[in-house]
Design a protein around this ligand. Structure first.
Ligand SMILES: N[C@@H](CCC[C@H](N)C(=O)O)C(=O)O
Length: 280
């Protein structure tokens, strides 16, 4: 099986070109591919398939030629992956399967518009993230208040007073399963400047990763929006503007706008190859 390896701010992916949808990608195969010792190693898998080779409903496929079939390292599916979308777009342009410029990508979370040149950074319009009120997470017995945010997938963005470097994210933070019946990605962030935050993340289905694009959007919205105790926003108008988000794997920009949020940053392809016959 042919594969390409890439990353966006060190959120890394195994890319599987499967234009005709011929691949029966099981959860077990994803786990083996993502295994960092016995496999190729990645936070997730991006299967690259033409929308016409899928049974996606019309509202998800739209005019997009390509569908990003994203899987977490544990083999589970997720609605959306922001860094994955950027790396996916870079792969398509690099492989000559899509032109540089602007076009739509189909994902389980809906159509996403990507913008990229022949090389360099990639931007993706992540749509309008939604603030859903308060919840809490716990790490090593310490409880953190957080804001629930949907970026297509579920997030809990927790502001932290002190340094975030010392948090033990080797295990999943505790969270309220009634608020997040399908699990949640948990971010811990703190302000480091004007519209500038740093964050760490524990991703549903992948563990602590060095970046999470949807997580950076959730954190920018959480940092930009004050909530009343009942979870309603203090300001009527949604926040707008550029946020710089530092993650362990680098830096991205999140631009909050009316009904949009654009995630921009590096997307890098590092290797390509073929799995040994019979290994999977
Ligand atoms: N790393 C991704 C998010 C991947 C999905 C997430 N783990 C989930 O289960 O929702 C990103 O860059 O957004």
């Amino acid at each position: 099986m042919r594969f390409v390896k890439g990353h966006g701010t060190e959120n890394d992916f195994v890319i599987l070109p499967d234009p005709d949808g011929a691949l029966d990608l099981t959860a077990e195969a994803v786990v083996r591919l993502c295994d960092r010792r016995a496999g190729i190693g990645a936070d997730g898998v991006l299967r690259v398939v033409r929308t016409k080779a899928t049974d996606l409903p019309e509202d998800l496929a739209g005019d997009a030629e390509w569908f990003m079939d994203y899987r977490n390292a544990d083999g589970g599916v997720a609605e959306m992956c922001g860094n994955g979308a950027r790396v996916f777009a870079r792969y398509l342009v690099d492989a000559g399967l899509a032109p540089p410029g602007e076009w739509n990508l189909a994902t389980r979370g809906g159509l996403r518009r990507v913008t990229l040149g022949a090389s360099g950074d990639v931007s993706v319009d992540m749509g309008a993230p939604r603030l859903l009120g308060w919840s809490e997470a716990s790490v090593g017995g310490e409880v953190f208040q957080g804001k629930r945010v949907s970026v297509g997938n579920p997030h809990l963005a927790c502001a932290v007073d002190g340094p975030i470097a010392g948090l033990d994210l080797s295990r999943a933070p505790g969270f309220d399963p009634a608020a997040f019946p399908d699990g949640v990605n948990v971010e811990f962030f703190r302000g480091v400047g004007e519209r500038h935050v740093e964050m760490r993340v524990y991703e549903r289905g992948s563990g602590e990763t060095r970046s999470c694009g949807t997580g950076t959007v959730a954190v920018a919205l959480a940092a930009a929006t004050a909530l009343h105790a009942d979870g309603s926003p203090e300001e009527a108008a949604p926040p707008q503007g550029d946020w710089t988000v530092d993650v362990p794997g680098g830096r991205v920009t999140v631009t909050l706008g009316h009904g949009t949020s654009v995630l921009s940053g590096p997307a890098v392809l590092v290797a390509e190859g073929e799995t040994r016959r019979g290994w999977l």
